[in-house]
Design a protein around this ligand. Structure first.
Ligand code: NAD
Ligand code: USQ
Length: 383
């Protein structure tokens, strides 16, 4: 298939682009490189040194003989997006190209507006371009488990059947997101659902949990193909941060009581889930939702697992419960369904297999690159 990976220079996108290329798909990467710019603005860097996108793609071609097309530009620019789609003629669009950090979106009004304009406009432009000239293309859109929040009932995959005053219907599952970023994903989901219902487009919304790990078969083939691994207080995510903290002897930063429970998955499962979604496309008019995670953990569970795994490397890991910079429930019910992708054939990697090979060993190898000033959270949810 011809697959356009929007956001293909990022963490999930780069691993996915190489994986799909290796599987024989004709891959194009579209990216504005804005994430590299945001890193510079915040003075943060990935733990792992990433090469410029042109060098990455050239190296991939030298190693494998496989060509990845590159389109540098911003999808909030409709003209650029439309011309790229005409040049590339995708069968599937995998859309990772958004501002994805909750703390970034909560810095101030400007960052909230930037996040929502970037994310909502980009996705709307894709929908309009598809409506205009690519109505059969399948949109595979990265959403987030955080769209649901932490309700006191089981979380279904996108829809819930409700009986009310003697009548019954299956409706979109209620959304209670916890940041301006997570809210942008809810807005996207509504817009995509509308485009499927009204214009007959086909889309899969992948409500992904928190991704961990840095190693995939392809990104591990060469140093120039290495993926990014964020550890700073804005872009770093829970488990990735905890492993890097362990490597540099920094107490693990559990926010508040640490009972916050989320869905997690290995980056090797992210790429496989995308493959499964594009191989089994949604029907015309269908807005399909998959919950994309493999295991649920509380942040305290994760901290303890990192502490335990660290022993094998001789690391003495401390855990510190910091005052929570976010406003969120710290003890709550959480039970989310995730059977759709398993039914399509996903065979999960479990955390116990990834902690050393895909995280702690990398963290130790590159620990000299860590800037200790970027570990503690600086953004708060308070007024
Ligand atoms: P990332 O920041 O590493 O990558 C995103 C990429 O998109 C960057 O390369 C950036 O330059 C590009 N981009 C952003 N806005 C763009 C625009 N307007 N036009 C063109 N390119 C643009 O993020 P990631 O961690 O790879 O996340 C990818 C997607 O997956 C996001 O949509 C995110 O919400 C979702 N997601 C990520 C995680 C996670 O744990 N990383 C979990 C769940 C969902
Ligand atoms: N947390 C800590 N300590 C830390 C960092 C985070 O206790 O040092 C806690 C947070 O308070 C939160 C939980 O861990 O309760 C998850 O935080 P996170 O930063 O790992 O993840 P989140 O902000 O939710 O965002 C990340 C990605 C985002 C994606 C989301 C999936 O950045 O793109 O959408 O995970 S989910 O969480 O399922 O919505």
């Amino acid at each position: 298939m011809r697959v356009l990976v929007i956001g293909g220079d990022g963490y999930c996108g780069w691993a996915t682009a190489l994986y799909l290329s290796n599987k024989g798909h004709q891959v194009g990467i579209l990216d504005s490189l804005v994430r590299r710019h945001w890193d510079l603005e915040l003075c943060v860097e990935t733990l792992t040194p990433i090469a410029p996108i042109q060098q990455r793609i050239q190296r991939w071609r030298d190693l494998t003989g496989k060509v990845i097309d590159l389109f540098i530009g911003d999808i909030t620019n409709y003209d650029f997006l439309f011309k790229t789609l005409h040049k590339f003629q995708p069968d599937a669009i995998v859309h990772f190209g958004e501002q994805r950090s909750a703390p970034f979106s909560m810095i101030d009004r400007e960052h909230a507006v930037l996040t929502q304009v970037n994310n909502v406009t980009g996705t709307l432009n894709i929908l309009y371009a598809m409506k205009e000239d690519f109505p059969d293309c399948h949109l595979v859109k990265l959403g987030t488990m955080g769209e649901y929040g932490t309700p006191n009932i089981d979380i279904e995959e996108g829809y819930i059947t409700i009986e009310h005053n003697g009548r019954k219907d299956t409706l979109p599952y209620p959304k209670q997101p916890g940041s301006m970023y997570h809210l942008s994903k809810v807005h996207d989901s509504h817009n995509i659902h509308f485009a499927c219902r009204i214009w007959g487009l086909r889309a899969t919304d992948l409500n992904q949990g928190v991704v961990y790990g840095v190693l995939t078969e392809e990104t591990g083939m060469d140093e120039l193909l290495i993926n990014r691994l964020d550890y700073d207080g804005v872009f770093g995510t829970a488990l990735n941060r905890f492993c890097i903290q362990a490597a540099i002897d920094h107490p693990i930063t559990v926010y508040g009581k640490g009972g916050q429970t989320r869905g997690f998955l290995d980056i090797r499962d992210t790429v496989r889930c995308i493959e499964l979604a594009i191989a089994n496309p949604a029907a015309p008019g269908e807005f399909r939702v998959f919950n994309q995670f493999t295991e649920q953990f509380s942040v305290s569970d994760l901290a303890l697992k990192v502490k335990e795994a660290g022993k094998a490397l001789g690391l003495k890991v401390e855990i510190n419960n910091l005052e929570n910079p976010r406003i969120e429930k710290e003890e709550h019910y959480f039970n989310a369904k995730n059977t759709n992708l398993l039914d399509l054939g996903l065979q999960p990697h479990y955390l116990s297999d990834a902690l050393l090979d895909s995280l702690l060993n990398f963290a130790v190898k590159y620990k000299q690159r860590v800037d200790n000033n970027q570990i503690l959270p600086k953004v708060t949810w308070q007024r």
